[in-house]
Design a protein around this ligand. Structure first.
Ligand SMILES: [Zn+2]
Length: 259
């Protein structure tokens, strides 16, 4: 089996020419023709990480632009990038797990390794969003709150939003204890499609199923939600998994409105 070097993309997002987006694979081919791993780290200022971000952006056609990231803390904080004069380094000091913007030419992104990266787009009002939804963000209903915030700030209508779920640890691999599933039992008391019983009192949690339910509760239409359905933990050859590997690299999921 060959190593995946292509960026991952959502078909539905590709239908909008005003958008550029991608999810990074684990490896890329460098200028010497060698296979190298992307070495992104959260908020890393190291030269190599910065170089790799730049290289990745260039490879999807985003040149000479700084990537806007936030300080991810597994919260339900949402950062609205509405100041065209704000420097990317200032944005990086803001603790949040979702970014929204309507400003063209500002690539926004999030890093993950097992947590679920989500991209959101409003084709009518041209609003983009990037969300870091791990277990803790999901139990705080982060996606639901982002959709609400898009309505409040921009006037977005949930039924018009297009949403993509990137690669995350799947229900096949995400084994957790009772304490981790309890908040979801309270959120979804009548539907247990997101839960599977594992060995010795443990459970398997399906983050994608949980977020689909949160999205639909907020008014997303099922046909506007797409999922890459790659389990990070099953595919460490092509992606990064914190659960399988411990300290490891990150997957970058980014989106930009073309200027
Ligand atoms: Zn898996």
């Amino acid at each position: 089996m060959s190593i995946l070097l292509e960026k991952l993309k959502f078909g539905q997002f590709e239908t909008f020419p005003e958008l550029v987006h991608a999810v990074s694979p684990r490896c890329f081919e460098n200028e010497q023709g060698e296979i190298e791993e992307f070495s992104f780290r959260n908020n890393s200022e190291s030269g190599k990480a910065r170089e790799h971000v730049k290289w990745f952006l260039e490879s999807i056609g985003i040149e000479n632009r700084s990537l806007f990231l936030v300080n991810q803390i597994h919260s339900d904080n949402i950062f609205v990038l509405d100041d065209p004069g704000l420097a990317f380094s200032e944005a990086g000091k803001i603790s949040a797990d979702a970014l929204l913007t309507q400003i063209p030419g500002r690539p926004i992104g999030i890093f993950t390794a097992d947590c679920l990266p989500i991209l959101v787009y409003d084709p009518r009002l041209k609003v983009i969003g990037a969300i870091h939804a791990g277990r803790r963000g999901s139990e705080k209903s982060l996606l639901f709150k982002v959709i609400g915030e898009m309505g409040r700030v921009y006037g977005c209508r949930p039924a018009e939003l297009v949403v993509g779920f990137g690669p995350a640890i799947g229900g096949c691999c995400y084994e957790v204890g009772e304490d981790c599933v309890q908040p979801f039992k309270e959120l979804f008391p009548d539907d247990k499609g997101w839960l599977r019983c594992g060995p010795s009192g443990k459970y398997f949690l399906d983050l994608i199923a949980v977020n689909k339910m949160e999205g639909e509760k907020a008014g997303l239409l099922p046909e506007n939600i797409s999922s890459m359905d790659h389990c990070t933990c099953c595919s460490t050859r092509n992606l990064y998994s914190y659960r399988r590997e411990g300290e490891t690299g990150r997957i970058l999921t980014t989106i930009m409105l073309r200027p």
